[in-house]
Design a protein around this ligand. Structure first.
Ligand code: TPP
Length: 401
């Protein structure tokens, strides 16, 4: 209906906040399900694949924050507390759907089968890193797994996802794109342009917002005055839902439905997944300056891994003993893979200018020659054949020319 078809003759102001959107929760913290809740169809095999990815993600985050503190890597970002959101949405997709994420979605990549070695190669920027050492740690990407490489500038992935999904629609691929972003990133203009374009062009894209309460030190209460992110989708005429992001069944079920709407009806959907960032924003951040331990404890008691584990135990699909062993095995694998990756050499210097042009233009080639000359002039500052570990410790660039 066009705006002009519906007229009234009184001055009726409508206030957005009166339309509070509820949060869908299916699973209680004790692992039982709310009576009459919309249980998604999730079999044992898939449920265990999801849980396994959540455990690996938690273990990777623990291991790599410790590695950063030991000076082995320069930087790290944990997703602790948000694993149900980041693994759950990926599990509801076709593995060939495109994912365009922010930087805290290692769980999705883990679910798709990115190996521990592949994670480590990126984190240590060694010669096997697909990004060839040109990105900061955690900027993963995998063409094979349909996971677009992470870029640091916030929200750029959102309009890119609309465009990508438009391509999927035109080519009748039967696939969709999911783009993930934080509630802080949703303050960027790119977010609005992407939603508007997606609803006008009717494209199969799912906007998955991880609302974890903070954009670094800025609490969401200082980020926006309205009722979160979900109602914004209504303004663009699209489907929207708000879910408990620590509830694997709600995340999985909502994304399954969203995918159906996106792919079968060519309609964009927005999901707002309510969670909490239990860890610091990154290894460079200290949350004690902007939030209380009490607040963190409240959310620690809503741990998504515990909630899913309890549900698996009640289903008879998992045991405490299996759980303990699973963590032990995964932690050992992390440690072994880390030691291997950090011993590998850094990418060769010429990789700095490869892959963008078929033949690097003369100006870039000249810059590379100048860099090589500079390095040769200061061998103390740029030790040759430096392993990634030493490079991290010395805060120098690992060079192998
Ligand atoms: C365009 C842009 N502005 C600012 C930053 C700096 N920055 C990096 S992360 C971040 C907070 C983002 O918060 P949110 O989107 O809620 O995601 P979360 O980190 O909570 O997962 C900011 C401001 C950036 N990377 N890009």
């Amino acid at each position: 209906m066009s705006a002009l078809q519906h007229t009234v003759h009184t001055l009726e102001f409508i206030r957005g906040n009166e339309l509070a959107i509820p949060t869908c929760r299916i699973l209680k913290q004790d692992g039982t399900v709310y009576p009459g809740a919309a249980l998604p169809d999730l079999d044992r095999q898939k449920a265990l694949r999801i849980y396994d990815a959540m455990v690996r993600t938690r273990a990777l985050d623990e291991r790599m924050l410790a590695a950063q503190r030991q000076g082995r890597v320069s930087f790290y970002m944990q997703s602790t507390g948000e694993e149900a959101s980041t693994v759950g949405f990926a599990a509801a997709l076709n593995d060939a759907d495109m994912i365009m994420a922010q930087y805290r979605e290692q769980g999705a990549l883990m679910y798709r089968g990115f190996s521990i070695d592949e994670f480590m190669n990126q984190l240590f920027a060694n010669d096997l890193d697909y990004g060839m050492g040109r990105q900061m740690p955690v900027h993963y990407g995998s063409a094979k797994l349909h996971f677009m490489t992470i870029s640091s500038p916030l929200a750029t992935q959102i309009p890119q996802a609309t465009g990508y999904a438009y391509g999927q629609k035109i080519s009748k691929s039967g696939l969709c794109t999911v783009t993930v972003f934080g509630e802080g990133a949703a303050s960027e203009g790119d977010f609005h342009a992407a939603l508007n374009m997606a609803s006008v062009l009717k494209v199969p894209v799912i906007f998955f917002c991880r609302n974890n309460g903070y954009a670094i030190s800025t609490p969401s209460s200082e980020q926006f005055a309205a009722d979160g992110i979900a109602p914004r989708a209504l303004g663009y005429g699209m489907h929207t839902i708000r879910i408990d992001g620590n509830d694997i069944l709600a995340v999985y079920g909502a994304t399954l439905q969203a995918r159906r709407i996106a792919v079968e009806k060519n309609q964009p959907v927005l999901i707002e997944s309510m969670s909490y960032r239990l860890a610091a924003h990154s290894s460079s951040d200290d949350p004690s300056g902007y939030r209380s331990k009490k607040e963190e404890e409240k959310w620690r008691s809503k741990d998504p891994l515990q909630r899913m584990k309890k549900w698996l135990l009640l289903q008879g699909w998992w045991s405490e003993d299996q759980d303990k062993k699973c963590f032990e095995v995964v932690r050992k694998k992390m440690l072994t893979a880390m030691k291997v990756a950090e011993q590998r050499p850094a990418p060769t210097l010429d990789k700095l200018i490869s892959d963008v042009y078929d033949l690097p233009p003369p100006l870039l080639q000249e810059q590379l020659r100048q860099l090589q000359a500079h390095i040769a002039q200061y061998p103390q500052t740029y030790p040759q054949n430096t392993k990634a570990t030493d490079a991290g410790k010395n805060n120098t660039v690992g060079i192998r020319s």
